[in-house]
Structure formats: C-alpha cells, structure tokens
Design a protein around this ligand. Sequence first.
Ligand code: 6PG
Length: 252
Amino acid sequence: MKAGADTRIRIFADLEALSQAAADFLVSLSRDAAVSKGGFAVAFSGGSTPQRFFSLLATSPYREQIAWASMYIFWADERCVPREHPDSNYKLAHEALLSKVPIPEENIHRIKGEKNPEQAAREYEDSLRQFFGTHPFPVFDLIILGVGVDGHTASLFPGTTAVHERTRIALPVYAEVPKPSRVTLTLPVLNNAAQVLFLASGREKAVVLHEIHEDGNPKLYPAGLVRPVHGRLTWLIDRGAASLLAEQTFPR
Ligand code: 6PG
C-alpha cells in the first residue's frame, strides 16, 4: 500500500528545514484553534529528532506567534525515570522549550515517570479524562511522533501486546530492551487525534520508511499503524530518511 491520499509526506533538505516546517505547522494549527476553540492540546515525543523543533519554538519569530496561555502540553510517551533524569522526555521539552516561554505551569500535563509504570499510566489516564472529557478517548489537536529504526512510535514497540490495546488510554511498557520501563499513549488515542505529525530524519530511518510507505507495512510496524480515523496524518522527512522512497510517493 502506498501512502494514502489522506497521508501527506513532505521532504526537506535536512533536519533544520524539517524542524522549521514542524514549527510552522504547529504555529498555524494553534492559531486556528485559538480562534475556533480557545485552546490547543498537543502531545510531544522524546528522542533526538524534536530537539531542534523545541528550540525553534522557544525563539523568534515562533515564540511570539504562539498564544502560550492557551497551549496545553502533554506527552505521547515517557520513560520511567525522575524528571531531572537525562532520559526524561519531560526534561528534554522543559529545557529546550517550556522553561523559556510564558506557558502557565498548570497547562503542562507531564507523565509522572518517577512513579511505578502502572500507577503513572493510570494517573495519566485520569488527567487526560479530566482535561478532555471526551469518551472513550481524548481528541488531541496535534500529536507529534517519531519513528525508531525498529518501527516503534511513542513507546509502542513491534510485536508487543500494547500495540493491540483497544480500551485503555495509556499503558505501562515493560521491556528488557529498551530500558527503562515507559508509559505510552495507546494506538486508539493516536488514531483519534485531529492531526498527527511524524518527524523523521537521517538515513538510518530510510528502510523503515520505505517499508511503511511503499511496501504496505508488512511487519506491522506500530508507526505504520497510525492512521487517524477522522484526522490528518502528515510526515515531515528529511532527504536522508526519504532516500529509499520513490518519486511518485510524494511530490519532490
Ligand atoms: C521516545 C520516543 C520515541 C522516539 C523515537 C524516535 O521517548 O524515545 O517518543 O518513540 O520518538 O524513538 O527517536 P529519535 O528521534 O531519537 O530517532
């Protein structure tokens, strides 16, 4: 299955250009939401790819273009470590972005990685239910995801039971590899978002992207199972990650 008509794939020269496009994307969506509904709920991911995107959002001209008081921040996943730990996804976003912009503390809904994974997942589910009030799943305005070379996204790893979850909002993930344990949003939540944005950079992602976008995702990589039911799916990819995609998959 090739990338469907509902999937937009955009290719950029490098991570810098991709990060700028991601920042533009967020600014534009959050402006529309500020007018139409007065608030914007976004879930971030961890990993190395979004770091530059976070830094851009914290600097001009992006910083001034965002209504921080009506921006609500969540995470697609978290590693079960204290929030000061170098592996913490919260710490990554906090240092590069959240500590540098005038966002009210109460707008930041982190996953409590310092707790045991099941408890952290349950508390995160409660806070999502309370914030969104939508049943059975929250409707994020935007979820930003990455993809691993093994096809994982958020902390949904290939071949694990978490990928098949149909009722819970968030789950604990215990695995020998990768450690530490994690908490992740489930696939029904990712697929219930209004917009999902994948960021992928580097040649090491080329094979997995080819399998997802041109081979019909035969290995059922979780990243390839993200297909929002009512929302839109956009992949921002740099040339390295796109190097095995055919010309007709996307307009270059
Ligand atoms: C995490 C993630 C994870 C990440 C991918 C891509 O916390 O590790 O949320 O799903 O997005 O592993 O990571 P890179 O951007 O480092 O390639």
